[in-house]
Ligand binder design. Structure first.
Ligand code: NDP
Length: 274
């Protein structure tokens, strides 16, 4: 019989995490190391990865720094080979690297804008799922955690490229879960809401924009990267051994809030009563 620490720990596991240099990826890397895993850290910022590796080693775990642009297939292949050489195997893949560099009306978007966003947010995920999928299927075990977004489950005006890429991740997660479950390989996704990171700092640092945005978040606050960590550990570990194809939302009830603040105005209530 499994103990609670077996169920919620990751001792003896190895995880490869993309976009580990800051924000959500960094928090998951520290969380996984705290739960007992060794981690391969991928991103372009070597110094930030080296600093994180030092923190992980301070927790008594091993960390491998892999400076890598995840849109470059050769660099990704090299990172996978280095991780397997160093750790012997990979048990958990976290597809976290992503983001958007511009927003704007759909009719003004150029093919290049679509391909850039799809390349980083979706095609990289497809590539890593294929390369590591082969590794997991051969071993008869493995866990993939894809970081999507509430933008992938609801529409987002002015951000159609990113929302479409994140929706594609949700769909891929479900298809691979169905295809691989009988082989012992699980695939799940997280759909975070507004989390305070470099990606969102333009909104978070503008008091008016931030207040407007938080009016649609029943929890009334920005998420922190650490708010994502517990769910990421849970889905990667044995307590979720029969869970595959799930998209777990971490958004302070944002997507559960039908109508948003406009609904309260309609009901004649300025804000949610205590
Ligand atoms: P950050 O911008 O803080 O971090 C993004 C990470 O991705 C960094 O480590 C960055 O590292 C890495 N990265 C970006 N491009 C590349 C690339 N070409 N090659 C390698 N690494 C790359 O973003 P968040 O932590 O906020 O976002 C993490 C994930 O969570 C993303 O997929 C995002 O879409 C998703 N998400 C975020 C939400 C939020 O509100 N913050 C909400 C929902 C989902 P480096 O620059 O060093 O390469």
């Amino acid at each position: 019989m499994s103990t609670t620490s077996d169920l919620f720990g990751l001792t003896g596991r190895t995880a490869l995490i993309t976009g580990a240099s800051r924000g959500i990826g960094r928090a998951i890397a520290l969380g996984y190391a705290g739960a007992g895993a060794d981690i391969a850290l991928l991103a372009r910022s070597t110094t930030a990865l080296e600093e994180l590796a030092g923190e992980i080693e301070g927790l008594g775990r091993r960390a491998l720094v892999l400076t890598c642009d995840v849109t470059d297939r050769d660099q990704l292949r090299h990172s996978i080979v280095s991780t397997i050489t160093e750790f012997g195997q990979i048990d958990i893949l976290v597809n976290n690297a992503g983001g958007f560099s511009h927003a704007g009306p759909f009719v003004d978007l150029q093919p290049q804008d679509w391909s850039e966003v799809m390349q980083l947010n979706f095609e990289t995920v497809v590539f890593l799922c294929r390369e590591l999928g082969r590794h997991f299927l051969k071993r008869g075990s493995g866990s993939v955690l894809n970081i999507s977004s509430i933008a992938g489950t609801a529409g987002v005006p002015m951000l159609s490229t990113y929302a479409a890429a994140k929706a594609a991740i949700v769909s891929l997660t479900r298809s691979l879960a169905a295809e691989w479950s009988s082989h012992g390989v699980r695939v799940n996704a997280l759909t975070p809401g507004w989390i305070s990171t470099e990606l969102t700092k333009t909104f978070a640092s503008d008091p008016e924009a931030s207040a407007g945005l938080l009016s649609a978040v029943p929890a009334g606050r920005w998420g922190e990267p650490e708010d994502v960590v517990g769910a990421a550990i849970f889905l990667a570990g044995d307590s979720a051994r029969l869970i595959s194809g799930t998209c777990l939302t971490i958004d302070g009830a944002t997507t559960a809030y039908a109508g948003g603040p406009a609904m309260l105005q309609f009901l004649g209530l300025g804000r949610i009563p205590a």
